[in-house]
Design a protein around this ligand. Structure first.
Ligand SMILES: [Mg+2]
Length: 272
């Protein structure tokens, strides 16, 4: 397990002891499924000048591009410090300066049989908990992301104000997860985003992605900080607690900015 700290005691983070800072995306760097805001982008670009940065989420790479990368006006020279891990690390993407493109390596995708089993489990869970698809949805409510299947109550593209009111206490999704678990042994099931449940093969979760990242860069867990907004039990950041990094629980992007600004101030003090 690793230390879990909140904004109150972020002074425990010693800049010179860190090689990499990893972030969740939705609710941590940006509002759920919404663009990265300019203030966060500006702070992240400063952070990229000092540390390796990784962003890990259940989102697809296409979602990362529209939500995150297109809103990060980052010099190409700094992109070498940035790693993107879509589908909780089922993919690892890095910028290739030779081709000027992002290159992703991907795990083995779900088989058709596995996909069918997951869809049937969702249909069963919907009946068990009494979930009825809303009359208006915004994109598919079950999305195939190759190494991950994601449920979103109103669809992936639903406006944030609709999403926010659906399950703020996670009660609906906790009941759905409880109904899914006995039907899907051998799979990981996690609550994510504002209305989502992510399903991957067992062992594919944020801990898996973060370990893959540490191996890629030959970094020990003690030299990583992980920042996420769902580090509570059954939250999709909770597996990160098993990696051995220092985990920082935030309430939203505003708190993440405070954590990062504090880190930058501490770094400048170190150099004085
Ligand atoms: Mg989140």
């Amino acid at each position: 397990m690793c230390a879990l700290i909140s904004l109150k005691n972020i002074a425990q983070i010693v800049p010179k002891n860190i090689d990499i800072i990893a972030f969740d995306l939705d609710g941590t760097l940006a509002p759920s499924k919404s663009p990265l805001q300019p203030e966060m982008a500006a702070v992240l670009i400063k952070i990229l000048q000092h540390w390796k940065v990784a962003v890990i989420s259940g989102a697809s790479f296409a979602q990362f591009q529209s939500q995150f990368l297109h809103n990060l006006p980052c010099p190409i020279s700094l992109l070498a410090n940035l790693s993107i891990l879509p589908t909780d690390g089922g993919e690892l993407c890095r910028y290739d300066a030779h081709t000027n493109k992002w290159q992703c390596t991907q795990d083995q995708p779900f088989t058709d049989e596995e996909k069918q089993k997951i869809r049937e489990a969702f249909a069963h869970a919907f009946t068990t908990v009494g979930f009825v698809q809303p009359p208006t949805t915004y994109g598919p409510i079950i999305e195939d992301r190759s190494t991950q299947i994601t449920f979103s109550a109103y669809g992936m593209e639903a406006p944030l104000d609709i999403k926010k009111t659906w399950d703020p206490e996670h009660r609906k999704r906790s009941a759905m997860v409880a109904a899914l678990k006995p039907l899907l042994p051998g799979f990981s099931i996690h609550i994510g985003g504002a209305t989502s449940i992510d399903i991957t093969r067992a062992g594919i979760d944020k801990a898996y992605g973060l370990r893959k990242l540490l191996t890629t860069f030959s970094i020990t867990p003690q030299r990583m900080v992980y920042v996420g907004d769902e580090l509570f039990p059954d939250g999709n950041d909770a597996p990160a607690l098993t990696v051995g990094a220092l985990c920082v629980a935030v309430q939203g992007p505003e708190e993440t900015i405070q954590v990062l600004k504090n880190l930058l101030v501490a770094t400048n003090l170190e150099h004085m």
